[in-house]
Ligand binder design. Structure first.
Ligand SMILES: [Zn+2]
Length: 207
């Protein structure tokens, strides 16, 4: 598997490019900004984007999605429960004092336990509400990899003080859906360094 992680934009959201070496198909997760740099990764690896996956509709994760869609033709997937956040993109832009990015409803909704597959690579969508109502993680069991969005961080958890946030729900999502995963699963959070499920189960002070 090809996996490149690129921190993008003002808030350095971790954008992941996941690709298959044989089919050269790819999915891009959370293209929040810096679309030319993401495109350079795709070109360097000879990858064709099949899906654009958004872990949740905060501006730092979704802002570049329409630009990447226009360049690649790939559809954008996210959970419907984040549509209220998409409708208030102008408010989100004002939080960061940036122009309002172009956004749209998902081309297809992401639902719990849905399989997202490209040729040679497959993942399962885990709906983990709490940071936002539509937050999802993408789990690739064959690669012991979890793309966690802003649900779980190394030594921390997602903030819940923004619209749609719910602390109890977030902790429940992590306990019910993420901590049961094997210890060795690498967690790529939406911001900051990677960690593992085992490390967080043992030492995350919020859990
Ligand atoms: Zn967020």
């Amino acid at each position: 598997m090809i996996h490149e992680i690129l921190p993008v934009g003002l808030l350095q959201c971790n954008c992941s490019v996941l690709g298959d070496e044989t089919s050269r198909e790819a999915m891009v997760i959370d293209p929040g900004d810096d679309i030319p740099a993401i495109q350079a990764i795709l070109e360097r690896n000879g990858l064709t984007v099949k899906y654009i996956v958004i872990t949740h509709a905060h501006i730092d994760h979704i802002a570049g999605a329409q630009r990447l869609k226009r360049l690649t033709g790939a559809p954008i997937f996210y959970n419907q429960n984040d549509l209220p956040l998409v409708k208030m993109m102008d408010v989100q832009a004002s939080w960061l004092r940036v122009p309002t990015p172009e956004v749209a409803p998902p081309d297809a909704p992401l639902t719990d336990n849905q399989t997202l597959a490209i040729s040679g690579l497959s993942g399962t969508v885990l709906h983990t509400p709490g940071h936002t109502q539509g937050s999802v993680c993408l789990y690739l069991p064959e690669h012991s990899l979890l793309l966690a969005g802003d649900t779980l961080f190394a030594g921390s958890v997602g903030r819940t003080d923004l619209p749609g946030g719910d602390t109890n729900q977030l902790i429940r999502s992590i306990h019910d859906r993420l901590l049961p995963l094997p210890d060795e699963v690498t967690v790529v959070p939406g911001h900051g360094p990677n960690t593992t499920i085992g490390e967080e189960r043992q030492s995350n002070p919020f859990l």
